[in-house]
Design a protein around this ligand. Sequence first.
Ligand code: C2G
Length: 734
Amino acid sequence: MTFLSIIVPFDRPVRYLKDCLDSLSEQVMENTEVILIINGNEEDISNLLKGYDDKLNLILKQFDERIGVGKARNEGLNLATGKYVYFIDSDDYLYSNALEKLIEVAHKTDADFINAERANTAFIKDRVEEARIIKRQSQLLKKDETDLEYCIKFLVDTKTTRLEVLSSLHSLMKRDIVGDLRFEEDNCHFADYNFILTIFERSTSFIGVEDAVYLKRLRDDPINSPSLNQEEVGNRFLMYADAYYNVIDRLDYLIEESDNPTDLEKYTLLRERVTIKFLRFYFKKFARKFLLSEDEEWRGENFEVMKDISKDFNTENYNRYKRREIQTLQSGDKSKLKKFIQLRSHKKHFKKILLQRWRFKALIYRKLYNKKPTVPKKLLFESFYGKYYSDSPKYIYEYLYKNHKDEFEFVWVLNKKGIKIPGNPKTVKRFSMAYYKHLAQSEYVIFNTRHPKRIIKKEDQIYVCTWHGTPLKRLGFDQANLYLDNPRSKHAYRKDSSEWDYMISPNPYTTDILRSAFAYEGEIIESGYPRNDILYNASSEDVLRIRETLKLPKDKKIILYAPTWRDDEYYDTASVKFNLQLDLNRLKEEFQDDYIVLLRLHYFIADNIDLSGCEDFAFNVSDYEDIAELYLISDIMITDYSSVFFDFANLRRPILFYTYDLEKYENVLRGFYIDINTEVPGPLLKNNDEVVEAISNIDAIEKEYNERYDEFYDRFCNIEDGNASQRIYNRLWK
Ligand code: C2G
């Protein structure tokens, strides 16, 4: 006999479904069936499903049109044969053993309703453990909580600011109790309400299971594949309010009719929880919209509804300002309420300004500097957040300085002092007062990363984003999951790119990617990379000068090791870890007579690599301003997934790929735009033995990869000829 029916309504995208089915397969369960309702999917998923057929005892029902989550779950219920049913959405997944634990409790207690904890997570599955620890710290079952309280807590999760009030997810419920009850089919946002409330009403025994976490995925791309909650719905508030009234009316009725203390407790607790959720929603979301909306009609209509609902609010635990705000709302004084909300928002803002100096500077910038006129032909340059004098901004600047210095006024954003720059332009530290002042005055802002959230573009300013590399690894909108980021980051990508007037592209391949990765619609100047001009224009004296500046031995050939960073290895978002896997001692033993190694870490890396024992052989050049100058003096490049090889290839010198973690980088962290196995101009090396072998046979490797290198060069380096900066000048200023 089937004990448990797991009902999974499947809606796009397929990659989330795989995580969900994987997490179900990892649970050890007997006598279970998984009912998958395919809700109008266009992709063929039969191959994907084959792997799960037996393991999950899969029952399939396919609908060609999108039928909505309510109807899909109902179809599942019609097919279910288990003693218990459990709903999981196809974009969510479970912490290991979650279902096993619920089932064990069900066997032991025979309870009607068994609910478990839920955590919201934007992370992909490998990070479940961490996501769980982070979230559980705030959600752990309180010692004195009863099972009923626990169940209600996760039935009405007041932690989130979204207004989904009653959720049918993460609970086991008896199929007998469900009986012929079904979800509402025409209200996709509130399909759960009536259903779960009735289940709750019909249940008499409740158990809360502390350690069976349901992981609700916060979708990482709310623009292209939003979840129901992320979809823009014009007037969702009135829909919420309507659902709220239904729940409250029903609960009031049940409270009044209760003829035993258990029922009374259960309905009173639930009612309390539902109103707390709405009150939080008022403070976190509604008040702000009420203050800022330009739609008077919206304000009027919704105010009346909120006023009515607020009669239920219990503000005991709030401070006196918030209590007075709610009293004003209850009294119906619209203009006074606006003043209260404004005061609250000013107080919050003011506190932040006092605590964080940068906010004060940003305020002066917005209110004072940014109100003054822009200076025509004043140019502000920035490379890698002010960390280096380098990359395309440097070469555009040097071209302009050399050929057109009288036409422009120049400012450079540089965080350190003492860097020699031709023409000695004004330099400012990023986010200093001077930075804001010059930024506000500059007609053109030329930078190579995304720009800071806190700066506000004036109408007559022009932003030129050069970006910083031909992409191998997937970027922005093309990334399946943003490892370090949350769903907001894609909105941020789109906002940033909508403010750029020009992007610079080194080749047609990158042009296409800039469009998709940033959802960028502005002009792209396909000029080649200004940062590669030097690779065509440098003289042998330049090469000597660079070697001398670095004080490198004169008679040795140079291997440049320039790896990228890993999205999952970091101390915090601003400083990334790096674990050196290249055995420098071994390389020293093998090659010290002929070579030296330059170690160049990515600009995000915070670790200082210890090179003791390898002095005179390995040199850390991570602080050297401009990697293009390092390319010029290097004979061989070793990299991994960094964009550096696209630039180095302009020199037509050998490239080795030390890809010791390829599987993880490709399948878990990022994914690539091209096939790294067949399209890059050098061999992929898995370990130090292979690296040593490759360096020893570098001439043979050059020969072996000659043809592939030619194709690569034609595709990615074809436009480069040392005149990219000039082409940009011609397009922007000539
Ligand atoms: N870089 C460097 N040293 C390294 C790695 C990178 O100086 N060891 C510089 C190079 O100019 C490189 C740029 O930083 O082209 C970007 O580095 P990537 O390793 O490609 O990584 P990321 O910063 O994530 O940018 O389109 C490019 C992508 O956006 C990748």
